[in-house]
Ligand binder design. Structure first.
Ligand code: HEM
Ligand code: HEM
Length: 196
């Protein structure tokens, strides 16, 4: 980057990498885990999914706190633009520039303060927060024998459904990050570096 200031603080980069790793463990374990049911035994990947998921919950909380407390990086309002008329207008204008570029089979140049990518990043973080929170609620309620209560059942139905969206988010987000890297718009080490 040309600027001497890093685009993302060390705290943001560390928490982003840790959360991304935790989400990959969650998606990987979800493919092979087996829940004990009646006489059918479970397997080791189920507790791995539960404990790594609760670590992901703590990491998602720390990510939100970092976003609120940091002085370098995307403004919290850019990640969650839905409650500000000015930010919603900026988002619509940015989406239109993406649509125009898509008609030419191209991408707009990477914009550091881009309203659309920031809003998508915020939705991704909200999605992961929901996954981790719903799983943690299920775990705690199960300790009290309430793992099958209707509200917990609904939370976990959505957990299963949104699991597919997490796959789509991870694949699309990582693919765009790689595309920006190879087109030299945004090198990967802007986010994936532990330099202070
Ligand atoms: C599911 C796991 C992931 C989640 C939840 C996630 C979430 C996020 C969020 C919330 C941001 C915005 C951070 C901010 O502005 O403060 C971000 C930025 C970024 N992510 Fe991820 N990420 C994940 C995985 C990945 C992976 C696997 C890669 C690369 C292969 C990646 C590359 C990047 C890059 C390069 C940025 C910086 C974008 C910019 O500065 O405009 N992320 N990510
Ligand atoms: C970032 C956090 C998490 C992610 C990304 C995630 C992802 C997933 C995915 C993709 C599935 C498979 C859905 C399906 O194929 O139907 C799943 C299922 C499940 N997860 Fe998570 N999970 C997370 C956190 C947790 C936590 C914290 C717990 C509990 C402590 C948990 C408990 C479960 C259970 C019990 C299932 C099985 C649901 C069923 O079979 O109906 N998850 N999760």
């Amino acid at each position: 980057m040309s600027s001497s200031l890093p685009r993302h603080s060390l705290a943001t980069r560390t928490i982003h990498g840790s959360l991304a790793l935790a989400v990959m463990i969650q998606l990987g374990s979800s493919l092979v885990m087996r829940h004990a049911y009646g006489d059918r035994p479970g397997n080791i990947f189920f507790p791995i999914h539960e404990y790594a998921g609760m670590i992901a919950f703590a990491l998602a909380l720390v990510f939100w706190l970092t976003v609120i407390a940091r002085r370098i990086g995307t403004a919290p309002g850019a990640l969650v633009p839905w409650f500000s008329a000015a930010r919603r207008r900026a988002l619509i204008a940015d989406v239109q520039s993406y649509l125009q570029a898509a008609r030419r089979f191209s991408l707009p140049a990477h914009d550091e303060g881009g309203a659309f990518p920031s809003a998508i990043h915020g939705l991704g973080l909200l999605l992961i927060s929901y996954m981790a929170l719903s799983g943690t609620v299920y775990y705690i309620m199960s300790l009290f024998g309430l793992g099958r209560a209707p509200v917990v059942h609904l939370l976990m139905e959505l957990h299963g459904l949104f699991g597919n969206v997490v796959w789509a988010y991870l694949i699309a987000h990582a693919a765009l990050a790689l595309l920006h890297h190879v087109t030299r718009n945004l090198p990967l080490n802007v986010m994936w570096s532990l330099k202070s």
